[in-house]
Design a binder for this molecule. Sequence first.
Ligand code: DX5
Ligand code: ZN
Length: 217
Amino acid sequence: TLSCKIGPSVLNADLSQLYNESQKLIDSGADYLHLDVMDGTFVPNLTFGHPVVKCLRTKLPNAVFETHMMVQNPLQWISAMADANVDQYTFHIEPCDDVPLVCRKIKEAGMKVGLAIKPGTPVTCVEEYIDMADMILVMTVEPGFGGQKFMTDMMPKIEILREKYPTMDIEVDGGIGPNNIDVCAKAGANMIVSGTAVIQAKNPPQVIQLLKDSVNK
Ligand code: DX5
Ligand code: ZN
């Protein structure tokens, strides 16, 4: 059976305290850290890149890092993120003219491959690359910002993927929290990204546990 994991996003955390905030999330029960890398071109926002991820890695040598590459040129950052010992390199297929090449380079760099699709991108676009991927990320918000509203109409995409690829890791990301985790779990997602709902929680460990209990049902 698939392992179900919770990977909080640090995007809406106090980024001046990125290490402490990350440590807190791990201590709160996070299975991995979802690091939102934005280049200001693929999405109209700019966050951080490999220099920050490398420094974070020196302080968190054992944490599992997933970088969510919301970038126009995913090929460009593979080696730098591999130098930071990133575990999973998840990129958007929309700006890519050679997805297989990017997948190959990620694997050669020793990282796992995640393929991400925006809400407007049909599942069929990612199916042709399914054999090259370790995980599929179905966005439940338009990428670029934390704190947006969860898009329930993305659930059929997850149902289709889960039905066709029962052992594939399927991640959801955007607007997820206690009030919609059951819908995600029911659709078949097994990797859950949650940012604001965890970061702004009075009791983050409790929220992470609730998310875990829901997907492990
Ligand atoms: C949005 C990012 C998401 C987002 C999740 O572009 O990819 O990871 O930060 O944060 P919430 O849970 O606040 O939507
Ligand atoms: Zn993300």
